[in-house]
Design a protein around this ligand. Sequence first.
Ligand SMILES: Nc1ncnc2c1ncn2[C@@H]1O[C@H](COP(=O)(O)OP(=O)(O)OP(=O)(O)O)[C@@H](O)[C@H]1O
Length: 319
Amino acid sequence: MQPVVALHEVCKSFGPRQVLHSLSLSVGPGEIVGLLGPNGSGKTTTLRLMAGFYAPDSGSITIRGRRPAAGRGNADIGYLPERAPLYDALTVSQYLDFVAGVKVAGGAGARRQAIERAIDGFDLQGVARTVIGRLSKGQRQRVGLAQAVLNDPPVLLLDEATNGLDPVQIVEARAMIRRCAQGRAVVFSSHLMQEVEALCTRIAILRQGRLVEDAALGEAPAALQLSLALPQARHAALRAALSACPGVKGVDAETVDAMHSKWRIGWDSQSGGGATCDAVLRIVLAHAELRAVLSMQDAVEARLLAALAAGNTPLRRRA
Ligand SMILES: Nc1ncnc2c1ncn2[C@@H]1O[C@H](COP(=O)(O)OP(=O)(O)OP(=O)(O)O)[C@@H](O)[C@H]1O
């Protein structure tokens, strides 16, 4: 498969400090690559290089076989930085109109269509006339995603895109990102291992600017362990709703006290495990207060810790 994004032995320094060391990474269409690593490991720098905001000191970067255009006008790239570039004084429609003016080619008709598609696709009808400064974090994130894909780019770069969202907003954002990812090459940087496990098809781990792991993620998670605040009298309703969810195979609850319990929910990971995981979370959030996700990311977490502990040199690539 021809990669859409290809980095070959890219090095980048800021002054005397080398931030990326001979980084090679490629992303194909339909892939969602989770870029994981501790603070300062070079995730944002990698995304900015892909977006053409920075040029590499050495090595090469191609997007659909071409070097990315310098600056912010690259039509192949949709980019949602950690702090979404929104103008708080504009309404959602005014803002999307402004972005369409910059990004969407083909005249007023094409721009209007792109805006309508974005407003429908990101469920923004109810806030189209609302000033951005008054939106919730989740709504802002949806506007950020909408602007990133307004001109239908083949590459989508997301920097910490689910940071700071509450559990309901995270589930919604994941569903949107999954939808945006169809047919695109997506790079999703995050500190959050469970986000990478829930969303990504591949994991790339950076440590001090070096790629120390590049591997396909196996099956989507097939079980969640959750700590919930839910009176015992309402356990039966949650159990019934979960059991009716397509794909769900087992629901066990362990009572901690009158208000609190631990739940283990398993499902068939063969048939779209990520989407089932989101559906399960939606049902749980409609019935109970989620106190903590006790486990689901074990595989990615173990891999991250092993890769970070392994030292600088070895890069492990696995199919
Ligand atoms: N424009 C810049 N000028 C100087 N140094 C920079 C610049 N951009 C990044 N750096 C440095 O490069 C290193 C990597 O930063 P980068 O933001 O890429 O890491 P990160 O993995 O995204 O971190 P975080 O998870 O904290 O966002 C850091 O030490 C940072 O201070």
